[in-house]
Design a protein around this ligand. Sequence first.
Ligand SMILES: NC(=O)c1ccc[n+]([C@@H]2O[C@H](COP(=O)([O-])OP(=O)(O)OC[C@H]3O[C@@H](n4cnc5c(N)ncnc54)[C@H](O)[C@@H]3O)[C@@H](O)[C@H]2O)c1
Length: 251
Amino acid sequence: MARLDGKVALITGGARGIGEAHARAFAAEGAQVVIGDLLDDRGSALAAELGAVFVRMDVTSSADWAAAVDATVSAHGKLNVLVNNAGILRFRTVADMAEEELRRVLDVNLIGPWLGMKAVIEPMRRAGGGSIINTSSVEGYAAAAGLSAYAASKFGVRGITKAAARELGAHGIRVNSLHPGGVATELALDPSNADATGIDPEAFFKAIPLGRWGLPQDVAGAAVYLASDESAYCTGTEVLVDGGLLSGPGY
Ligand SMILES: NC(=O)c1ccc[n+]([C@@H]2O[C@H](COP(=O)([O-])OP(=O)(O)OC[C@H]3O[C@@H](n4cnc5c(N)ncnc54)[C@H](O)[C@@H]3O)[C@@H](O)[C@H]2O)c1
């Protein structure tokens, strides 16, 4: 029996990067997968390849959340797992960041997952429980210069995860946070980020104790664990997948 047999999972930001790896791993472990993303072409192509469903959605919109949850339940009769994975990164110092950029990062990375948790409570209660996986970051523990908005959003994700875990445990709904770091994706390698800060991505990755970039599939294993019944007694906890980045100072 596969580890996610019988589970129905909605994965936001599932069209590429870490979310795509989650979608592939979940499908391989027997889950029915629904991919929610803004990227129509990549999301639809991946869904077709995996036998999944693609829903175009913006995680900042409550109406889009309602439609995505409806599409999931219509397609598969229930919803057991939500992976709040969609996120954006903007490297900008406090001095240089515009107020709208700060609000946008918080809207996508923090309010988006909060809206998602709210939208799945009823279907998960009907299903007899569920697992919500909120994507934080190494930046949910420690902040880099240029990442005030991003770090605020990812520290915030840890907070909403623990509050929701306490609220929803009685309904059998588990809520945990996943903390990737140093994973080679289009988000992490966007050259405009290095341009904005002068940070050398190569120097950054040399600081990783395991001595290599993380791959999206390195993170997917932790998501499968949190989605599956193997983690049945874990709620309000944090899983760090960072190649050792946060194990100590980089000198
Ligand atoms: N790559 C890393 O090293 C790293 C480290 C820590 C945390 N993370 C987190 O992991 C998650 C995935 O990151 P990634 O590196 O795969 O990035 P990515 O940019 O490759 O993928 C992000 C996906 O989210 C989607 N998305 C963005 N805004 C959206 C919105 N408003 N509504 C719906 N979908 C939206 C994008 O279209 C994209 O498909 C993010 O939450 C990110 O903050 C990544």
